[in-house]
Write a protein of this length. Structure first.
Length: 235
C-alpha cells in the first residue's frame, strides 16, 4: 500500500509529533542482579494504566494495526527515519531478528537510520525494494505457514500470497534466545519486548514479519517493536 503524494512524510511527522515526548528509542537500563526475564505467555500482558502519561489523549487509540503499518510502509519507502523512530515502542525499543549464519542475530536499534543489515551491510530502508505493494492488509485468525516445496523467487513458500495481519502468538512463543547473539541490549530486555508483541504483519514474497505492540496507557497506540528478517526456507 502506498501513501498518496499529498500525504507526505512531512505530514506524517506532524501527525506523530503529538505523540509522547519521551525518547521513542528509550529503554530502561537493565541493572545488575535484576530478576529473570518476564515469562512469555500465549497472551501479552495488559498495559499498565500508570503509564498513560506517555500517550497523548487528544489522538484516538488505534483499533487495529493497519494504521501503524500504513505509517511504517510510508516511512520505509520514503526513507524517513524521523517517522520510523516515532513508530518505535517508547518503552521497549525496536529489535531486529536476522539469521546471517548458523545462529540468530538480534539487534536492539537505537536509531533507525544508523542500523545496517547483517551480511549485506545495507540500511534498514533498503527494505523498500523488497516490500510488496498490497492494497490492504488481509486480517486472518492465524498467519499462514511456509511450505518450502513451494518456494520461488516471488514467493517464500506460502500457498496464500499477499500481506496478512494476524495474532503474534507464534512469535511470542518462539524460542531462539539460548543460541542467539544479542547486540545493543540484553537477552532479558529482548525477551520482554517479544512478550509484548500483539499483532504481526506478514509479507509472503520474502516471509518477513513485522511485529507490533500496543503502548501502555488508555490511549495506547500500535508501535513497531520487532522485525523478523529471516527467510523461512533458508537454512
Amino acid at each position: 500500500m502506498r501513501i498518496s503524494s499529498c500525504f507526505s512524510a512531512a505530514a506524517l511527522a506532524l501527525l506523530l509529533a503529538a505523540c509522547d515526548t519521551k525518547n521513542p528509542n528509550g529503554m530502561p537500563d537493565e541493572k545488575a542482579g535484576q530478576g529473570p526475564a518476564q515469562v512469555v505467555t500465549d497472551k501479552p500482558p495488559k498495559p499498565d494504566s500508570a503509564a498513560a502519561r506517555t500517550e497523548n489523549p487528544v489522538l484516538p487509540a488505534d483499533t487495529s494495526v493497519a494504521g501503524a503499518w500504513l505509517l511504517l510502509e510510508g516511512a520505509l519507502r520514503g526513507h524517513d527515519a524521523e517517522v520510523l523512530n516515532q513508530l518505535i515502542d517508547p518503552e521497549f525499543g525496536l529489535w531486529i531478528l536476522e539469521q546471517p549464519g548458523a545462529v540468530p542475530l538480534v539487534t536492539r536499534v537505537a536509531e533507525a537510520g544508523a542500523f545496517r543489515r547483517a551480511n549485506q551491510n545495507l540500511p534498514l530502508f533498503s527494505l523498500d525494494k523488497q516490500l510488496m505493494a498490497c492494497p490492504q492488509l488481509r486480517a486472518v485468525p492465524q498467519l499462514p505457514e511456509a511450505d518450502c516445496g513451494l518456494q520461488t523467487k516471488q514467493n517464500a513458500g506460502f500457498v496464500q500470497q499477499g500481506c496478512f495481519a494476524g495474532p503474534a502468538t507464534a512469535f511470542r512463543n518462539l524460542k531462539f534466545w539460548a543460541s542467539a547473539t544479542v547486540k545493543g541490549g540484553t537477552a532479558a530486555q529482548g525477551q520482554a519486548a517479544q512478550g509484548r508483541t500483539g499483532r504481526t504483519v506478514l509479507q509472503t514474497r520474502t516471509g518477513f514479519r513485522f511485529h507490533f505492540a500496543k503502548s501502555a496507557g488508555v490511549g495506547g497506540r500500535w508501535r513497531l517493536i520487532f522485525i523478523d528478517l529471516r527467510e523461512p526456507c533458508v537454512a
